[in-house]
Design a protein. Sequence first.
Length: 335
Amino acid sequence: MDKLKQIQLGSEGLIVPAIGLGCIGMTPSFGMEVYGKADEKEAIATIQRSFELGGNFLDTADVYGPFINEQLIARAVGNNRSRYILATKFGMEVNEEGVFTGSVNGKKDYVRKAVERSLKNLNTDYIDLYYLHRLDKTTPVEETVDAMAALVKEGKVKYIGLSEVSSATIRKAQRIHPITAVQTEFSLFERSIEEEGIYDTLKELGIGLVAYSPLGKGFLSGQFRTAGDFPENDARRFIPKFSGEQFAKNVELLKEIETMAAEKAITIPQLAIAWVIAKGAVPIPGTKRVKYIESNIAATKIELTTEDLNRLESIIPLGTPTGARYDETWMQYID
């Protein structure tokens, strides 16, 4: 396989591969398996195979586990820390007992506490890209970003980012310190950032877009045609997008995408990833199995024409109802 293309993420000088690796599914989180049962040995092998192919941009968060996901990454990275780009997130408040409290905390003292904890769990003295995981709606984002900026000055963090925030929040944050990237869910089946103007705001300000769940939480793998296809205790069983009549409608839309992928002699996931890249984003598909890494990275070589993009986007035009991406409780965390 040819060398993985490198790109600049945002305007502050961070260079990353054209595709990253989302690590959330490599450990249980929030008391359940995320996208199927995790296996530590296979997860570490997946990270290391990605690295062999040039995929050294890893994404995690302190709340995944909590803590055990960052610790797994530290074991996988081993003595190669300087050759990896590590991104982690804070803000989904984790207490001293290592339990997610259900609250979001962006207060200055919590920023400090969270970063020290992540540095320890990742076994490193710096974090390449540090995100506010969700907006603390009780704390001005300016206060949070000012505290994050202090970490940059101290060398504990190289670049800062935000996750799942509105255009207004992005603009407020950018006035305090340059934001390198905004991470949000973005796929053929989740284009709300375009509908809400966030996509255009990022382009205007020169902020990078990191797309989590570019495969629609695995739906664009083509493996799931009914809710019963998801493993027991799988988080997707509780997502409206994968329930009832809406799921059936989404499967019909998926069939059209499947037809287009077959015509191009590529897989549905490869087509979906190529679309995200063509939109100017860095996808971080979450896999924990070696067999999917080569296929995902190969998608970075696929060139989609304007005609291809128009055809894909005509299958699921902006405004097409595809169902909520989280239940009501989790949607409250979105800015």
